[in-house]
Design a protein around this ligand. Structure first.
Ligand code: HXC
Length: 514
């Protein structure tokens, strides 16, 4: 065959593979508002940067008439590309080919690109759109999932792993995402469950739709399995690209620095917190009054909104923010918010991202529900994560820092590098009302006017403890600062902490309270 003819033959072969499951299957995919696997990849990576591998891999199924079937690329597209000039490895399951189901060779393609990502120390993005284990390939499909889960775990904390759920993902198709760092979902398109509605109906007799069982909102708001929620695939891809700008390629480097910018919010930081300590405000306004360009990239916005986590930049460098949200449940810590914050703290620590903690919270949420849901175990995760973290850790106490919350929110005692407090800070074992009722119960009960005595004792407690100066007198906080100085002081603290190096005791690994 002449070179010219062999090139034409190659092109024809590639075009056939690019057709995936064929026009009919593509039409069905498009009718559901979904892009095809290759369209998705091309929408994420920089134009002209995608290189696809293993296009001609064929499946090896023989049972149930599989030997007669041709499955283009065995239902998955793998390759490498760039996002804003940063290298990434990527795969996208192709639902038009046998429902994106995972057989042995499909799994081998995925594990090949996973190995590549780990070896090259670059982020891995997995687009999941799959009916799960390919039923006709039996144990080979299960083996394939096992190989993927093992690699997810091996890569954890070494390279960023991003999962995008863009279709009905069942069984094994949801466990790989659960082992990765960030999960993205899109309204009406993403579904995640271990067993679908049909199995639930037959085993438990319960009727539930796919959307109500494991739709995008369910995972973004209720289960906490998803970290980013979007209304369209396009919006989702923009979120992924933005995330990539905030995180480093791997655990040995820092995130790419950007040109520094001054905050641009019109809000004056000193005017955000209401004078009445019982009134709420949006902690994100404080974050935006501190960060470069007032930009804040929030993570898990819809889940456990009583704590806010996300990335911003300070003097061009990525910083992770963990902040109590007084707007929701007064910013208390509970099971879900503890899980949310703890995992983010560990992410920042694994990937060399300094953490700024903004504190305003009345402690852990009391109640039978919380106790029985395991608030001891969940709450301990924050203590563990902050204690374990060796990246620069800076705290600003804005208002309330009561009880266990004071300790948990990156206190000096968990080895914060710098602890600052606004003059409005109240550092105490509990709120003045609760404290007065317990400590002065007898005096209040025996007083001629119990209510007047109660108010007097509350005031006494407030005067004594509801301020930052007792903690400052013991060196537990380093400096009481004026609100408008916050950014300047944080920038300095970050600069000083740039080359922080603390040795950790030798151990195989710790045992965080899962
Ligand atoms: C083989 C599959 C498949 C699978 C879908 N297909 N899932 N083929 N193995 N797991 C095929 C269908 O037969 C169909 O082929 C084509 O893909 C499109 O599927 P449809 O059913 O037409 O699509 P839709 O109506 O959108 O429904 C999507 C779906 C449904 C909800 C995902 O296909 C489904 O319930 N699939 C099975 C899900 C499942 O139980 N998977 C196993 C999980 S157990 P044709 O030829 O008709 O176009 C598992 C074990 C690992 O994953 C556990 C590890 C911990």
């Amino acid at each position: 065959m002449s070179l010219k003819r062999s090139i034409l033959d190659l092109r024809k072969r590639k075009d056939e593979v690019r057709l995936g499951g064929g026009d009919k299957a593509i039409e069905k995919q498009v009718a559901q508002g979904k892009m095809t696997a290759r369209q998705r990849i091309l929408a994420i990576v920089d134009e002209g940067s995608f290189h696809e591998y293993d296009m001609f891999v064929e499946h090896v199924g023989t049972d149930f008439n599989m030997s007669n079937k041709v499955l283009a690329g065995d239902g998955v597209v793998i390759g490498t590309g760039m996002i804003y000039g940063s290298p990434i490895c990527i795969y996208a399951q192709d639902f038009t080919v046998e429902g994106g189901s995972l057989g042995l060779m499909h799994a081998r393609k995925i594990t090949k690109i996973m190995d590549h990502a780990l070896k090259m120390r670059v982020p891995l993005i997995g687009i999941n759109d799959s009916g799960g284990a390919r039923i006709q390939e039996g144990v080979n499909s299960l083996a394939g999932y096992g190989e993927i889960f093992f690699r997810n775990t091996l890569s954890s904390g070494v390279i960023p792993q991003i999962s995008v759920i863009l279709g009905p993902c069942a069984g094994g198709a949801v466990y790989s995402p659960a082992l990765t760092d960030f999960v993205f979902v899109v309204e009406n398109i993403s579904k995640m469950f271990i067993t679908g509605p049909a199995v639930i109906k037959s085993v438990l007799g319960e009727d539930i739709s796919m959307e109500a069982l494991g739709g995008a909102r369910v995972h973004a708001e209720t289960t906490g399995n998803a970290h980013f929620f979007a209304l369209s695939e396009k919006e989702c891809f923009e979120q992924i690209k933005t995330l990539i700008t905030y995180i480093p390629w791997n655990n040995t480097v820092r995130a790419k620095a950007f040109p520094p910018k001054e905050p641009k919010t019109k809000l004056k930081i000193e005017n955000i917190v209401p004078a009445d300590a019982r009134m709420p405000y949006d902690i994100r306004d404080i974050i935006k009054s501190i960060t470069d360009g007032s930009e804040f990239f929030e993570i898990m916005e819809l889940f456990a909104a009583n704590i806010v986590i996300g990335f911003g930049r300070m003097n061009g460098e990525t910083v992770g923010f963990v902040a109590n949200q007084p707007l929701v449940l007064a910013g208390v810590l509970d099971c879900d918010s503890s899980d949310k914050a703890a995992r983010f703290i560990r992410y920042c620590n694994a990937f060399n991202i300094p953490i700024i903690t903004l504190e305003d919270m009345p402690g852990y949420l009391p109640g039978v529900d919380q106790e029985h849901a395991g608030v001891i175990r969940h709450g301990a995760k924050i203590l563990y994560s902050y204690s374990e973290a060796t990246v620069p850790k800076i705290t600003v106490i804005i208002r309330k820092a009561y009880g266990g919350g004071y300790i948990a929110m990156n206190s000096r005692h968990l080895r914060a590098d710098f602890v600052f407090a606004w003059p409005t800070a109240e550092i105490a074992v509990m709120g003045p009302e609760g404290a007065a009722n317990i400590v002065f119960r007898k005096e209040i009960a025996e007083a001629a006017d119990p209510e007047a005595m109660r108010q007097q004792k509350i005031q006494e407690y407030k005067d004594k403890f509801a301020n930052p100066y007792v903690a400052a007198s013991k060196g537990y906080i380093d400096e009481v600062i004026e609100p408008q100085e916050t950014r300047k002081i944080l920038l300095h603290a970050l600069q000083i902490s740039m080359h922080k190096d603390v040795p950790a005791p030798a151990k195989k690994h710790g045992l965080p309270p899962f």
